[in-house]
Ligand binder design. Structure first.
Ligand SMILES: NC(=[NH2+])NCCC[C@H](N)C(=O)O
Length: 407
């Protein structure tokens, strides 16, 4: 069985990538809900869509197949029984397991085509869209001033996070905040029921856990080494758990767990550290102490399915050893300038999407970081970023590699 997923590095030539084109969910962000929905501002949708189309076209121009999360989901839900099961679970995870509102939501969404239903679920369902006739105790208690019965999923365009391709398999992630948790339920159905994936993909860790992990923290450094951020979004137990599964069942034998500050600006490892070439990385200087040290643990398979763990602080040495390189070039975001570095990091200056060794896609607004990458010999494709960047994610966050060529 050949897997439709094949990702053995962060940098191998990208062949297939999954995106989500931002839709009306973006217009369902309000000042009151912004923080909870993990946005810092409200993007202007038409321009966000233009920018996203430009991003997708930039990838297609490099011979990369672009597939869309929302289309894969609709295909996965073509079968009536599968669609009903999905809907029951989605409505339950949105807060309704029974009662008049539950029944009304199921009836409303069931009447739609699979594509309309997926788009609507991502967009969010407003209370005024549905006429709930037989008010019962349950729906009266559920009735609040909040205008949405089902919240929008404005972060869906950050397809990096609900899942992560690793080797020939995937992790389907239990995400940290309620604002994003339902996204990976959609992934679960894509992997189980879309004909492209169904029955052909190993799931390294599913979403039925209490501990969290997100794709922005999962970096595939080689065909046997992963780096995983210990972050606001990814917990140590989840890292140990996925490491055990990978060590037992795949060619992966090394997980480098890297501790980063737990805050919104640096919510994932890929906001401060990405791999861009065989021996080159971008790194935000704020994750290291004054001597350039970072708390890092290296996990390997131990006895009886357990793992061993060593503590290190010299990330360069750890990377050299794990990747078998004599030198590693760490390129500082914003050239390490105390004003430019945090400014460009805020707009995802470290969040590069590598599409081939030494070839990256970045936001045009981070011009200091981009120039520095070029000085280090990197080929940089810039994409537009005024509106997309307001969701705090860059080209790596907005893309989920499905197939890369081996190095
Ligand atoms: N891989 C990433 N860095 N993703 C960024 C996700 C941004 C999104 N607003 C969130 O907070 O979840």
């Amino acid at each position: 069985m050949t897997s439709p997923i094949h990702v053995t590095s962060e940098i191998g030539k990208l062949k297939t990538v999954m995106l989500h084109r931002p839709g009306r969910e973006i217009e369902n962000i309000t000042p009151d809900s912004m923080e909870r929905l993990l946005f810092d501002d409200i993007p202007y949708l038409p321009i966000a869509q233009e920018e996203h189309d430009y991003f997708a076209q930039t990838l297609r121009d490099q011979d990369i197949e672009v597939i869309y999360f929302e289309k894969l989901a609709a295909e996965a839900l073509a079968d009536d029984a599968v669609r009903q099961e999905f809907l029951t679970r989605m409505v339950a995870e949105s807060g309704y397991v029974a009662g008049a509102t539950h029944d009304a939501l199921i009836a409303y969404l069931s009447a739609m085509t699979p594509q309309e239903m997926v788009d609507k679920i991502i967009e969010g369902v407003r209370a005024e869209e549905i006429d709930i006739k037989h008010a019962d105790l349950q729906s009266v208690s559920e009735n609040t001033d909040w205008p949405f019965l089902m919240d929008p999923m404005p972060n869906a365009y950050f397809t990096r996070d609900p899942q992560a391709s690793i080797g020939e398999g995937i992790s389907i992630n239990r995400m940290t905040f309620a604002a994003r948790q339902r996204e990976s339920l959609i992934t679960e159905y894509i992997i189980k029921h879309n004909p492209r994936f169904a029955g052909k993909v190993k799931v390294w860790r599913d979403r039925n856990h209490d501990t969290h992990i997100e794709g922005g923290d999962e970096l595939v450094l080689s065909d046997h080494v992963l780096a995983i951020g210990i972050s606001e979004r990814t917990t140590a137990d989840a890292i140990e758990d996925i490491a055990k599964n990978l060590f037992a069942d795949s060619d992966y034998d090394t997980v480098i767990a890297i501790s980063i500050p737990h805050n919104h600006a640096m919510m994932h490892l890929d906001t401060v550290f990405t791999m861009i070439n065989y021996d080159q990385f971008t790194v935000h200087p704020a994750i290291m102490d004054d001597n350039g040290q970072i708390d890092t643990w290296v996990l390997h398979p131990g006895k009886d399915g357990e793992i061993t763990m060593e503590h290190h602080t010299d990330i360069k040495e750890v990377l050299k050893k794990a990747l078998n390189k004599s030198e590693i070039d760490l390129i500082p975001t914003g050239n390490g300038d105390p004003i430019v570095a945090p400014r460009e990091q805020w707009n995802d200056g470290s969040n590069t999407l590598t599409i081939a060794p030494g070839v990256v896609v970045t936001y045009n607004r981070n011009y200091v970081s981009n120039d520095l990458l070029r000085e280090h010999g990197i080929l940089v494709h810039e994409v537009r970023s005024s509106e997309l960047s307001r969701g705090r994610g860059g080209p790596r966050c907005m893309s989920c590699p499905i197939v890369r060529e081996d190095l």
